[in-house]
Design a protein around this ligand. Structure first.
Ligand code: ADP
Ligand code: MG
Length: 213
């Protein structure tokens, strides 16, 4: 792209994140469709790792879809970008390697609007892959919520059904995962037990409270 073209176009980074079934892909598709209506040149990517529905489409749980290119690694995205592309949308961005951060920065500096969708946390509640960094550099972050499968409340957690595999990445669907609100998300990391001893009012505080009362 010539420096002249880049000089008057402002790039930006948008992140759409939340648990599984929260509508991240639907929101990505909605933004893609609006760009297509505006006749803006757009390219859509997804990690090859995520082959749950289709190799060359991004598909939502509500069966909406748009054509996409599967790539093995983040750098492959740069290799496939056309000079005329104004918008780049990437689904399941949490599955990419750390190079995705450089790729996103490079694209936005070139004046491209970058739309990213991905899981903010894994089933243990840990930030997922490059997502924390991408959220930090984003111009706009949208957190979407699913519906808790236990009580119907807004759900921001992903529950993994009992499985012998405890790896962070285990590609699956409703067979393996459920959306849960915090109250019904029963995963408890071992180190949280330690906090039980430090949380609460200690004896000195209790004495002080008595004096004030
Ligand atoms: P994500 O990309 O965040 O996993 P999708 O955009 O693919 O989510 O799908 C969202 C759709 O999933 C909803 O519109 C709804 O039709 C369906 N769905 C299935 N289970 C749930 C749930 N527990 N909460 C919300 N939506 C759900
Ligand atoms: Mg999705």
């Amino acid at each position: 792209m010539s420096p002249f073209v880049a000089s008057f176009m402002t790039g930006c980074v948008e992140v759409v994140c939340g648990p599984m079934f929260s509508g991240k892909t639907e929101e990505l598709i909605r933004r893609v469709r609006r760009a297509q209506i505006a006749k803006q040149k757009i390219q859509i990517f997804k990690p090859a790792l995520d082959d749950r529905y289709h190799e060359t489409k991004v598909v939502s749980h509500s069966s909406q879809s748009v054509n996409a290119v599967s790539v093995e690694c983040a750098i492959d995205i740069l290799k496939k970008i056309y000079d005329s592309t104004r918008i780049v949308a990437i689904d399941e961005v949490q599955f990419f390697d750390e190079d995705i951060i450089k790729v996103v920065n490079k694209l936005s500096r070139r004046g491209v609007r970058v739309i990213l969708a991905g899981l903010d946390q894994d089933y243990k509640g840990e930030p997922f892959g490059p997502i924390p960094h991408l959220m930090a550099i984003a111009d706009d972050v949208t957190k979407v919520k699913a519906v808790c499968t236990s009580c119907g409340a807004p759900a921001s957690k992903t529950h993994r059904k009992p499985s012998e595999n405890s790896d962070q990445v285990l590609v699956g669907e409703a067979d393996l995962y459920e959306a849960r609100c915090t109250a019904h998300w029963d995963f408890q990391p071992k180190d949280e037990d330690l906090l039980a001893f430090s949380v609460g009012i200690d004896s000195t505080d209790q004495e002080n409270l008595k004096v004030q009362n």
